[in-house]
Design a protein around this ligand. Sequence first.
Ligand SMILES: [Fe+2]
Ligand SMILES: [Fe+2]
Ligand SMILES: [Fe+2]
Length: 407
Amino acid sequence: MGATELTSNRSLAIHRLLLNIYEQSMLFLPQRQLGEGDMAIFRAFYDAQSVALGQSLRANIEKAAFASLDEEIQISGPWNSDRLEDYLVGTITKYEQEPSGLMARIDAMRDPARAMKYLLIQQASDFLSEASAMARAIPGNYGPVQSELMKVFIDEYGYGIHDKKHSTLFEHCCTSAGLSPEAHTYYFHYLPSSLALTNYFHYICSNKHLWFRYIGALYYTEASIPHFNKAMSQSLKRAFGNKVNTAYFDEHVHIDKHHRRMVLDSIIKPTIEMHGTQVIPEILLGFESFRLLQDRADQDYLAQVAFIEKLEQQRGHGFHADAATYEPLEAESLTFNEPKGELSFSHIHDDDELFSVTQGALEFFAGPEPIVLEAGSSVVIPAGRLHGTRVISEACTYRVQKVRLRK
Ligand SMILES: [Fe+2]
Ligand SMILES: [Fe+2]
Ligand SMILES: [Fe+2]
């Protein structure tokens, strides 16, 4: 998937489905009493027939999600262990010489706290079950490297102390920022590109022939985290003040400096020595694929936050889409009439859309805090932006029309 395909509704559907398929093979339980309804949901999610169906579809869905990365990223030239090390370390050193571009953009926003909350929501798809994909990479028998990987894994799980487990640290951060720490509370707010980051690790850890890619992607994530998390911790404090718990990010600044050394010296280099230089292109493919996905996720996040900010700006001035800026793409428009409570789950369009409420009122959401659109209000939903609605009046009529920017 290229950048545009990654932010499409098709991609959203693919990555939601994939996440569910992967997570049917790991256990999630809320940390509270289970009600009758909870038991039914629990049984349904882990239903054996549904699990079997997901597994039968998995390879094709993975192909739709990730096969194009192999075409986009070309690895050429002769490689040896030293050259690989120079390249990997050099790429990360260059990355660390620049201040985090993402954090600089967030700091400059009208409401950095809102933007940071939205970033924590995107990270929650992964961090609230941190290293679960990695757990899939551990079983088997593949020599000393297996035990080295286990050492990294033990740290991720807080060496058996629940309060030190990385997902627990992230729960504390969420709570302190006013977010729910329960996994997937914000499921419908995950951007497709955020889901792609989580799914990519499940993909390379589930498919054993992609093992060498896994260690390349693992190096990218461990090595880039100290620099990013340092900036993230500082921006969180700037946005929320001292009440925010940044232990998750501070811990990673420390531990991932060890992890990146462990992954390079005790996993990647011994792997090449043991199995030969032919595995290097695969290691590089994993490193570059995850780097590209991360970069695209940052762009997708920034575009979504810009959309959320624009809606918030319009809140004070009434929602009147700028008709002079847009023109209809097609003559027809679609009109919907929906009853109270009707929910349009979050989705994405391929074209810009003019969305106008003509009767009643609804909540429109692009992020976790909805805005209310009443009769006479209209907004433009840019292509690629996640959004949904919920009717709050007895009935609501609204019209959607494909538009484009006037030339
Ligand atoms: Fe971690
Ligand atoms: Fe780590
Ligand atoms: Fe829509």
